[in-house]
Design a protein around this ligand. Structure first.
Ligand code: CIR
Length: 263
């Protein structure tokens, strides 16, 4: 089975433990019920253990109860090779989550958003080969995308920015991720006029849309447990497919990738 290096070989994971008040975070999914903290923590420990089992060095920061969404570390910081980009979220309650992560990214060069009108959540950022797709959402605007692009070009001068207007899901990556180079898996709830003709687009059945947030890491792919179409797609590209239960994080709009920074 081929090994698909989607970005680079990752060796490290940075995560932050969920706070006991995680149910005070932002959500559009309250119809799914209130998350159970004890169960969320069991799911979280399984997530971290699966990453350790895949050979990654996992660092877990303690929670900060000022930030009930703080365990979704993918949103405040974007890591691209040796550079870490500190975002300013479009959500006020999440705007200051990132600073306390930076000291733990030893060896990475830190870039910040200079434009005070620029907003971004990392969940809107999808790297695909020599392009970066940035979803235009309530959390991310064009000025944010341009600030990120400027920082990315210091690492990879030819990287191309594609801004993706969309509706239907919270973040771009809630609704679309890359399973293999130029092969994208898509939740039909995500609506966009963006031209994906450069890619092969696999549209999931509506009832499996939540699991569109796949997490490929080196020769493994992590997927949400209980979604047979997604599992079959994952197995057609990877020999190592790891399924994780995410029910409690789903209640807060969180997907698989949100819970970790991979670098
Ligand atoms: C929020 O609304 O910001 C959090 N409750 C969920 C963030 C999920 N992050 C992501 O999809 N990258």
């Amino acid at each position: 089975m081929p090994h698909h290096p989607l970005l680079a070989d990752f060796t490290k994971i940075l995560a932050r433990r969920p706070s006991p008040n995680l149910a005070d975070g932002l959500t559009t999914s309250s119809h799914l019920g209130v998350p159970d903290y004890a169960l969320a923590m069991r799911q979280y420990e399984n997530y971290l253990q699966a990453l350790r089992d895949a050979g990654l060095e996992v660092t877990v920061l303690d929670y900060d109860s000022r930030f009930p969404d703080g365990h979704f570390v993918e949103d405040p910081v974007i890591i691209f090779h040796e550079m870490a980009f500190l975002c300013r979220s479009g959500a006020l309650s999440r705007r200051h989550e990132g600073e306390s992560i930076l000291p733990h990214l030893a060896g990475l060069r830190i870039e910040r958003m200079e434009d005070n009108f620029a907003y971004m959540d990392g969940g809107d950022v999808l790297f695909c080969g020599d392009r970066v797709l940035v979803g235009m959402s309530e959390r991310t605007n064009r000025a944010g995308a341009e600030a990120l692009h400027k920082a990315l070009k210091t690492v990879q001068p030819n990287i191309r920015l594609d801004c993706v207007e969309f509706t239907g899901v919270l973040h771009l990556k809630s609704g679309i991720t890359e399973v293999a180079p130029n092969v994208l898996v898509h939740d039909p709830a995500l609506k966009t006029n963006y031209d994906f003709s450069w890619a092969k687009l696999i549209t999931l059945p509506a009832e499996e849309g939540y699991a569109a947030d796949l997490m490929p890491i080196n020769d493994s792919v992590f997927i949400v447990k209980g979604f047979p179409t997604v599992k079959a797609i994952a197995e057609s590209h990877y020999t190592k497919v790891i399924e994780l239960d995410m029910s409690e994080f789903r209640k807060m709009d969180g997907g698989l990738t949100c819970l970790s920074l991979r670098y």
